[in-house]
Design a protein around this ligand. Structure first.
Ligand code: GDP
Ligand code: MG
Length: 451
């Protein structure tokens, strides 16, 4: 994509607020604004990082009193001359200001166009641009920390480091070709293998972090499962603090999976209330149970709920094979109605979903099931599926290059095998070469207008 510096405009704030910021960026940004803005001096004469009070007017009709903030190229988000006009947040005023700016020579910005410009100007790389969108969408402390880490670029540096190492390796290999008569090895094969394996290890670590990163970004899925009537729907309502799911003493009340979100200790959880598991002849209920099984497969955490009055009535263990990375919490409900002297077994959490006892301990356990420490301390955690796919492809290419090394491939072929690893890693930051238009389109079309 060729950088285009024509002047674009868009409101940058959501409608409905007291103030709206209208953003203008491009070669003619200051001139465009001067056609509609009247202040003490023209914005074209203003220095960067200054704010100007004035009015927006059409002829002798004043539309609004505004503040105009001036940014001078290259010291702006887009790297171009830019103005941010803060006006009153009326739909009418905003529409009028946009209309006047369009008449003054600007055009409406496409979604994410300001950020595309920042990328093309080399201000941020692609993964940082994506982090901007994630930051705007963030809804929990952990989610926010992920986006912030990625936006600061620590991740990009790590990837660039890996790419640089691989580039060095290939250039050593390619150097050998120039001396092919003399049968020299600039790239010592043992050292080469070690470096490639180390890079493979680092890629694996990044790939492994995706399970956590994705869970934090999408919300950690928690399936609440158990026999009918143990109180799953009551627990969901308790965790959400609202009457979301139907509760009744009739077994088999919940048929479809109900999904609701709640923020607990800085992490967003997605709770899945499911149909109780039992043998049944009812076709609808059986479909519900099928969906319960699907929820168990999708969940990061499974709450297995039991009734303190009927521990034997638990679902058969056979129904319950979790993957290694899934966490199981065994929770015993209806403590309030349990026989005298009942104590929850070791390793389980006792609650009364009806009265709210033990819910804090359950929330702590949920919170502990998600390891956010690294995220809060700036560790690189992959949360973007585009990055995960690129890392996976890079890992596969690297494996095939290592195999080539074992087979004693000559330097030129070996370097051919390493090239795709380099380009795959480069795709993530888009730094090696400017990303193709369709990749940019894909990333930025998800942005809001004005970003
Ligand atoms: P589900 O089938 O597992 O979703 O169970 P429900 O949430 O529909 O509850 C089944 C019955 O157990 C209802 O009559 C609830 O009021 C009751 N119940 C749920 N939690 C508790 C609890 O903590 N204590 C007592 N005594 N009853 C409960
Ligand atoms: Mg239910």
């Amino acid at each position: 994509m060729i950088p285009d510096h024509d002047t674009i405009v868009a409101p940058a704030t959501a409608p409905g607020g007291a103030i709206t910021v209208v953003r203008v960026s491009g070669t003619e940004a200051l001139a465009c604004c001067d056609r509609i803005f009247r202040g003490r001096e023209p914005l074209a004469a203003a220095a960067g990082y200054t704010v100007h009070y004035g009015t927006v007017a059409e002829g002798d009709r004043t539309i609004d009193d505004v503040l105009a903030t001036v940014f001078r190229a290259p010291h702006s988000y887009t790297g171009e001359d830019s103005v941010e006009i803060s006006c009153h947040g009326s739909r009418y005023i905003v529409a009028e200001i946009l209309r006047l700016l369009l008449a003054a020579g600007a055009r409406m910005a496409a979604p994410g166009e300001f950020t595309i410009r920042a990328y093309l100007a080399g201000k941020i790389d692609l993964s940082q641009a994506e982090a901007v969108a994630d930051l705007i969408a963030s809804s929990s402390r952990a989610d926010h920390a992920l986006a912030t880490n990625q936006m600061r670029g620590g991740y990009s540096e790590e990837l660039e480091g890996l790419r640089d190492k691989l580039l060095q390796l290939t250039s050593l290999l390619e150097l050998e070709l120039d001396f092919s008569e003399e049968d020299v090895e600039f790239a010592d094969r043992t050292a080469l293998r070690e470096t490639m394996e180390r890079i493979g290890g680092e890629i694996d670590r990044l790939r492994n972090s995706f399970a956590l990163g994705n869970a934090i970004k999408e919300g950690v899925a928690v399936a609440i499962v158990g026999a009918p009537n143990v109180g799953k729907s009551t627990l969901l309502n308790r965790l959400l603090n609202e009457d979301r799911a139907m509760v009744s003493e009739i077994a088999g009340t919940t048929r479809d999976v109900i999904e609701e979100q709640a923020n607990i200790g800085g992490v967003r959880f997605r709770f899945l209330d499911t149909a109780g598991i039992r043998a049944t002849g009812d076709r609808l209920e059986r479909m519900g149970i099928e969906r319960t099984m699907e929820s168990i497969r999708r969940a990061q955490v499974v709450i297995r709920l039991l009734d303190a009055r009927d521990l034997e009535g638990d679902i058969p263990a056979a129904e319950f094979t979790l993957r290694q990375e899934q966490r199981l919490l065994t929770v015993i409900n209806k403590l309030d109605a349990a026989p005298e002297g009942f104590r929850p077994m070791k390793g389980t959490i006792g609650i009364s979903a009806r009265r709210g006892d033990g819910i804090e301990a359950l929330c702590r356990a949920l919170r502990d099931a998600v390891d956010t420490e690294g995220v809060y301390h700036g560790e690189t955690v992959v949360s973007n599926s585009r990055h995960y796919e690129a890392l996976t492809a890079a890992r596969q290419s690297l494996a095939s290059a290592l195999e080539g090394l074992d087979r004693g491939l000559p330097a030129d072929l070996l370097s051919e095998e390493i090239r795709p690893v380099i380009s795959r890693l480069g795709e993530i930051t888009g730094r090696g070469a400017i990303a193709p238009d369709e990749v940019l389109e894909n990333i930025f079309s998800k942005f809001c207008i004005g970003k």
